[in-house]
Design a protein around this ligand. Structure first.
Ligand SMILES: Cc1ncc(CO)c(N)n1
Length: 222
């Protein structure tokens, strides 16, 4: 079994709660309340700013130039590609990039990003990449599943742009590269003695991902 599959298997309860959260079902069948999606997306913009910082930390923590380039690619994918989706979608509600940047941060956003940054700060590049894995690899898996649903990408679904972005080839490639790089890092730095600690980091980050959906989901119930 690959390193990533071992992590996923060890955290299978958390992984399912994250990747099959009702919020994701609501994106696919368009039943999600707009207020839920909007709250989620604004917080996700703040989340991406902090995740860009985490990838910058990965550049710093890189033992080799190749690791550094891989981390810099992740940083650029967030700053130069992914955040544009948020700006574009939020413009439809009259929110500018400055409005987004100045939005009050939610505790779920802070909890998740602080956890990942802390795991990276106290650990090595492998610990940091394990903490980052549920994010990029999880969204690629979720969007692929949602895109296969009937009508998920139909013009009548207001969430089709979001689904198409994460199910699309560029994002899928970023996720596949991240997964491949994680396997190579694990070959270099994972030891049986470290496995429990790495699983604990993966589980925690996955739980915080589910909490992030839950935050948006709750905003749709208010
Ligand atoms: C909360 C969260 N997890 C993962 C991704 C994928 O990059 C994202 N944009 N937001």
């Amino acid at each position: 079994m690959s390193f990533f599959d071992r992590l996923k298997h060890a955290a299978s309860t958390e992984w399912r709660a994250y990747t099959e959260h009702p919020f994701t079902e609501g994106l696919a069948d368009a039943s999600l309340a707009e207020a839920a999606f909007r709250h989620y997306l604004v917080q996700d913009y703040l989340f991406l700013i902090e995740f860009a910082r985490a990838y910058a930390l990965a550049v710093y923590k890189s033992p080799t130039l190749a690791d550094m380039r891989e981390a810099a690619g992740g940083l650029s994918a967030i700053l130069d590609v992914e955040m544009n989706l948020h700006v574009k979608l939020c413009a439809g509600w009259g929110l500018s990039a400055t409005d987004l940047e100045q939005a009050p941060p939610a505790v779920e956003m802070l909890a998740y990003t602080r956890y990942v940054l802390d795991a990276g700060m106290r650990g090595d590049l492998l610990s940091l990449k394990v903490a980052l894995a549920p994010c990029v690899i999880g969204y690629a898996e979720i969007a692929t599943r949602l895109a296969a649903r009937p009508d998920a990408l139909a013009a009548t679904n207001p969430y089709r742009v979001w689904i198409a972005e994460y199910a699309g080839a560029p994002y899928q490639e970023v996720a596949a590269n991240a997964r491949e790089h994680l396997e190579r890092l694990a070959e270099r730095y994972a030891t049986p003695a470290r496995e429990a600690e790495l699983i604990a980091i993966f589980k925690e980050a996955t739980r915080l991902e589910a909490d992030f959906w839950e935050m948006g989901w709750r905003a749709g119930k208010r």
